[in-house]
Design a protein around this ligand. Structure first.
Ligand code: ATP
Ligand code: MG
Length: 400
């Protein structure tokens, strides 16, 4: 027996009133878009849930797409049956058999919407529970903390039976909280920051600074692969490739001491802010984590952040490296990130970068670089923008 319905739970149940309505509408639209290749599907919305009728489409193909939909809390493959005891029993066994691992304990939960059905909930509970126990004798009933829950909904026309629950990405539907520019290096952290920002409902455009030919073509390729991973959740993403070589070389010629990184990073933020203005984004997202390196102390971040007026969001700020790595592995960016690459920021490193720069001193050094603004404008003007889609496995980017 194969599942013929999928029940989707939309998520963020803590949201209230208008916000909740907006949220559900947005996630529903995304589900419809991601499911567009499956023409035979039909959808019924029902109080924070969506019932998808498969009408012959294959469940397995659809499952992978559903796993990547932002705002979708969880979903279950459902076995439907006519309102007859034997058919419901058979579907219950199929649902229990669909679990990834055989559970040690279970319970049956019956919801009887159809009051004309001859057996009441308790009776159904006993009968179906008994049938499952006969078929799976090693299983035990635990009504308080069961490893699996077999749900039976007795509706007007038929019964819906399911037990497998697949966790979705959760969070907010794509773009429902606005748009931000993600400063994306080839490292481990910034793709994770990007994923967390997407999950929180931010639409993203990625900005990458390269110092070609000091940094190779290959490190740009790597960044494109990382964006492609994020596109599995977001659909096509714009990637802005900023040529940073000239500005960087010029700054380095003029100043080689311990505030060099601070000055270069302030320039990167200013460029990103200009791109944000052009693209109508209202925040900058970075992968900083407090204390990780010299430029990620509070003192440094304060002076760097003051170069721009837009809010700088740092989703990883209080995460430990191991936690960040766990997310990177989950979203499959880790193996890409650890490929060797040159980063523009590691060129021309001063011997001991300042961990506590003084804003007035930094501004005074920048004040002597009367060409700095011009170099910033040039870098913005020469930025190349490309669209990056998802990889082949989850190529639903065409539908966004
Ligand atoms: P990551 O792993 O994301 O590279 P990191 O721990 O190496 O982070 P830094 O190199 O100090 O930290 O960079 C801090 C943040 O600045 C990055 O997370 C990223 O958001 C941004 N950043 C650094 N280098 C670049 C770059 N070449 N292009 C765009 N953004 C960058
Ligand atoms: Mg880095």
């Amino acid at each position: 027996m194969k599942p013929d319905v999928i029940v989707l739970r939309l998520g963020e149940l803590t949201l209230k009133g208008k916000n909740r309505h907006r949220f559900e509408k947005a996630v529903y639209e995304q589900i419809r878009r991601a499911m567009r290749p499956y023409e035979k599907l039909t959808f019924v919305r029902d109080f924070g849930r969506v019932y998808v009728e498969l009408n012959g489409e294959s469940y397995a193909d659809i499952e992978q797409r559903l796993r990547n939909i932002l705002g979708l809390a969880s979903f279950s493959p459902v076995y439907s049956a006519p309102l007859e005891l034997e058919a419901i029993e058979a579907a219950a066994l199929a649902a229990m058999g669909s679990l990834d691992e055989a559970p040690a304990t279970f319970k049956v939960t019956v919801r009887r919407v159809n009051k004309r059905f001859p057996y009441d909930s308790q009776e159904m509970n006993k009968r179906i529970g008994g049938a499952v126990l006969r078929a799976m004798p090693e299983l035990k009933v635990d009504v308080n903390a069961p490893a699996a829950e077999l749900k039976i909904e007795l509706r007007e026309q038929r019964a819906l039976i399911y037990s497998r629950v697949i966790q979705g990405v959760g969070g907010f539907p794509l773009g429902t909280n606005g748009k931000a520019m993600l400063m994306l290096s080839g490292g481990i952290d910034s793709p994770v920051a990007g994923y967390l920002a997407l999950r929180q409902g931010l639409k993203l455009e990625a900005v990458h600074f390269h110092s070609y030919p000091f940094t190779s073509e290959k490190s740009q390729q790597k960044v494109k692969e990382l964006v492609s991973k994020l596109a599995e959740y977001a659909g096509d993403i714009k990637l802005h490739l900023v040529p940073f070589t000239n500005l960087q070389t010029r700054v380095h010629q003029a100043y080689k001491q311990n505030l060099l990184i601070t000055i270069l990073r302030r320039a990167m933020f200013r460029i990103t802010e200009k791109l944000a203005e052009e693209q109508k984004a209202s925040a900058i997202v970075t992968g900083e984590s407090l204390g990780q390196v010299a430029s990620q102390t509070l003192g440094s971040m304060n002076v760097i952040g003051r170069a721009v007026g837009l809010p700088v969001l740092q989703p990883l700020i209080c995460m430990e490296k191991q936690e960040i790595i766990r997310v990177a592995e989950m979203i499959d960016t880790f193996t890409i990130s650890i490929q060797p690459h040159e980063d523009c920021c590691t060129l021309f490193l001063p011997p001991s970068p300042s961990t506590n720069p003084n804003l007035r001193v930094v501004e005074s050094i920048e004040g002597h670089m009367d060409w700095l603004q011009e170099e910033i404008d040039k870098a913005v003007a020469e930025t190349q923008t490309v669209w990056i889609g998802a990889g082949k496995q989850a190529a639903f980017s065409d539908y966004f």
